[in-house]
Structure formats: structure tokens, C-alpha cells
Ligand binder design. Structure first.
Ligand SMILES: *Cc1c(COP(=O)(O)O)cnc(C)c1O
Length: 414
């Protein structure tokens, strides 16, 4: 047996921005027996989850499901549509954008990385703001020969808590009549923040199971466009396991070319039923709940008198909130205190902002009271570490949640 009883009673608060807490319903769905992945029952399950996941991406185009972490789906997206030496324009919004860039370089893709310049409180502006479309436009405008084959952006930058405007990137490509593909990492954005694969004209959307979809880690996605599928027919980067063509073909009857992760598909089916349930408002209800949770958490951070990592209120993430600490404190020491004393995991500062900030996830199987518990853990931990707080953040969040009830979907929409 694993020793998971450091705190013998109560529930551990997993408040990192992924993996997120998995609902009991989803955990129980995974305890069903394994079935024949070539049998008739499996075909029904396969067709159902493929239909459901299309609704979540808001697309009518194929969605590929991989038994891999999000990183695998990043690679799949790149190697299906690009050839060695192709150039891509990538936008550095934070650590995950930087990792995707590193992967593209390793695959032999030429990368141009753009980022907002300057710093704010010792932190790169690029890591405190969303994608600036004028910077993208500048590069596209100068690219007369259309050397740039794809523009790659992260929708919800999980390392910082910033959600970029993807539709604006599409509009820029259209205005400049640039044929580059639009590839978007919405690994942590999907099923938390509004995301419209078709309406926003995204060519490849990449996502993962363990964030907004409330599943365990180990499954990831590529949502495609007809243009991306066409590009995949001519792209020369080596691809075999990741190749879309055979998967699309077999998915038509609900099967995969290899043994898929049956139990995660049970979980996906259950999670999609929860997310799409009209009684709780469907996808729009999901987005509204995340937005409200984020507001509550930010009201706490503001009451403490600490800074929110995202410096632009118009792109605050509904998924997580980055909390900056005064320079003289080590955010990881605070996290450690909160973990050891109060049994709550918070996200660490990644890459360039390690030690400067911690992240509070407000996604997955969470609600007002779990968030208030989390904020209480933070508030106690900050005080234990000697950080002076202006006022009680827990009180501010209670006031916010109490005076802003979750709006129920109207009966006529059910
Ligand atoms: C979690 C995450 C990833 C990495 O996914 P893995 O499942 O850890 O491989 C990439 N991008 C973003 C934005 C993420 O949140």
C-alpha cells in the first residue's frame, strides 16, 4: 500500500492547477471491469466519448484522444502538420509556452519566439500579461513569403494565471490574410474558460485530461480543422503513433488502432456527463462557476494586500490565481508550511518565477467551501511564515461568495 496518510483523517486539499481533484462519480466510473477493446460495447463507449469531447471543444471536426499526457499531444500537434525546417511563431506567455518552444526546437522546427519586453516587480512582463496580438501582427506582416507555417499560443498559461484572447489571434491572421495554421494549447483552459475551437478558427487545439476535465492524468487531445487535416497529408516530420489518419479512420466506428486507455475513457464519459449536464447549466454553467471561484479567490488575495501575478485584469484566469510574495520571502517555503501544517497542496512558481509566487487552483472537484478551506490554509501559512497581511482574505472571500450566489440555469433551457 502507498503511504498516503501523513495526515490520517480528513481530505487532502489538492489545490494545484492540475492534476485537479477528481469527483467521486468519476473515480467510481473507473472501477468498472475492463472490457474488450474490439467488442461491441467498446464501440458504443468510443462513439459516445468522441461525441461528448467534440461538444466540449465546441467543434464538429475530429478530436483525437491519446493515451498520453498533455506533452504528448503537444508533440502530436507539431509533428502531424509540420516538416523539418518549417518555421513557427511562438508566443512566450510563461513556463508552458517556453516548454512547448523547447519541444518544437527538439523536433527540428525553426522557432521564432516573441514576448512582451520589460519587467514589472522583477518579473518579465511577458509572464504577467496575455498574448499581445500587435506583436504577432508585426511578424506576420513582415513575412511576405509566408515562411511562418504556424502560430502557436497558450490559451490559459498555467504557470502564471493568464488567459489569452485566442479569437483576437485568429482575427489578426485573417486580417493579414496569412495562411499560417493557428495551434493552441488549451490544456488547462478547456472546460474551465470559454473555448470555441470552430468559431475561433483554431486549426489544432491541444488539451489534457487532468485539468478542467477533472480526470486523472494520462489522456490528451488534439481537436482538428479541415485545414490541419489537409496539412497532415503533406507534412514530413516523422509520425507513427501520433499520426492522425489511422486514428480518424478507426474512430468512425468508435475504435482505436491500438489498445486505448479503457478506464480513462469510462472516466471521460462520466466527466462529460457532469460538464454537459443542462441541470447545472452545461458548458456555460462550467465557465460561470470558474469565473466566480476565481473572483472569490482574488478578493482574498486583494484583502491580504498581496499582488496577483496577472497584471492585466482583462485576462485574469478563471482556472488559477498566481499570488506574488514580497521579494524577501520564499514562496516555496510558504507552500511547504501550508502543506505540512494544513494538508493542502498549492502550485509552485515555475521557471523564471520560482520562489516568487505560488498558485491556487480553482478547477476540478471544488466549491465555495473547499476554496474557503484552501484560503484559510493559505492565510494561516502566510501568517506562520511572518508575512504581514492587510486584512483577512478568508473574510473577503466569504463576503464575496455569500453575496454572489451561483446563478441557476433557467428551467426553459433544460
Ligand atoms: C499541464 C500543462 C501542460 C503539460 O501537460 P502534461 O500533462 O503535464 O504533459 C502543458 N501546457 C499547459 C498550459 C498545461 O497546463
Amino acid at each position: 500500500m502507498l503511504n498516503l496518510d501523513f495526515h490520517p483523517t480528513g481530505r487532502h486539499f489538492l489545490q494545484i492547477p492540475g492534476p485537479s481533484p477528481v469527483p467521486e462519480r468519476v473515480l467510481r466510473a473507473m472501477s468498472l471491469p475492463t472490457i474488450d477493446h474490439r467488442g461491441p460495447e467498446f464501440g458504443h463507449l468510443g462513439l459516445k466519448v468522441l461525441r461528448d469531447i467534440q461538444q466540449i471543444f465546441q467543434t464538429t471536426q475530429p478530436v483525437i484522444i491519446y493515451p498520453a499526457s498533455g506533452t504528448g499531444a503537444w508533440e502530436a500537434a507539431l509533428c502531424n502538420v509540420l516538416s523539418p525546417g518549417d518555421e513557427v511563431l511562438m508566443y512566450e506567455t510563461g513556463h508552458f509556452a517556453a516548454l512547448w518552444h523547447k519541444m518544437a526546437s527538439r523536433l527540428g522546427i525553426k522557432t521564432r519566439v516573441i514576448a512582451l519586453e520589460g519587467t514589472n516587480d522583477g518579473i518579465p512582463n511577458a509572464w504577467r500579461n496575455g498574448v499581445q496580438v500587435d506583436l504577432i501582427a508585426q511578424h506576420l506582416r513582415e513575412d511576405h513569403k509566408h515562411a511562418i507555417k504556424a502560430v502557436c499560443v497558450v490559451h490559459n498559461e498555467t504557470s502564471t494565471g493568464v488567459t489569452s484572447n485566442i479569437h483576437a489571434v485568429r482575427q489578426t491572421l485573417d486580417e493579414l490574410k496569412h495562411p499560417a495554421l493557428l495551434m493552441v494549447d488549451t490544456i488547462s483552459g478547456l472546460a474551465c474558460a470559454q473555448y470555441k475551437h470552430d468559431a475561433w478558427g483554431v486549426d489544432v487545439s491541444i488539451s489534457g485530461s487532468q485539468k478542467g476535465l477533472m480526470l486523472p492524468p494520462g489522456m490528451s487531445f488534439n481537436a482538428l480543422s479541415p485545414k490541419a487535416i489537409e496539412a497532415s497529408k503533406h507534412a514530413k516530420l516523422p509520425k507513427a503513433f501520433w499520426a492522425w489518419d489511422e486514428i480518424i479512420e478507426m474512430n468512425k466506428t468508435g475504435y482505436w488502432p491500438y489498445t486505448p486507455n479503457t478506464h480513462l475513457l469510462y472516466a471521460l464519459s462520466e466527466a462529460c456527463d457532469m460538464i454537459l449536464d443542462p441541470h447545472s447549466g452545461g458548458l456555460e454553467g462550467v465557465f460561470a462557476r470558474h469565473k466566480r471561484s476565481a473572483e472569490g479567490v482574488r478578493s482574498a488575495v486583494n484583502a491580504w494586500g498581496l499582488s496577483i501575478q496577472c497584471a492585466d485584469a482583462s485576462v485574469y484566469s478563471p482556472v488559477l490565481t498566481g499570488v506574488l510574495l514580497p521579494k524577501e520571502f520564499d514562496a516555496d517555503a510558504v507552500r511547504k508550511t501550508i502543506y505540512e501544517r494544513f494538508d493542502c497542496s498549492l502550485g509552485t512558481g515555475l521557471g523564471k518565477i520560482k520562489g516568487r509566487m505560488f498558485r491556487i487552483g480553482h478547477l476540478g472537484d471544488t466549491n465555495d467551501l473547499t476554496l474557503l478551506g484552501t484560503l484559510a490554509g493559505c492565510e494561516m501559512g502566510l501568517k506562520v511564515c511572518g508575512i504581514a497581511l492587510k486584512a483577512s482574505g478568508v473574510q473577503a472571500a466569504m463576503d464575496y461568495f455569500a453575496s454572489n450566489p451561483v446563478t441557476k440555469p433557467s428551467a426553459k433551457n433544460i
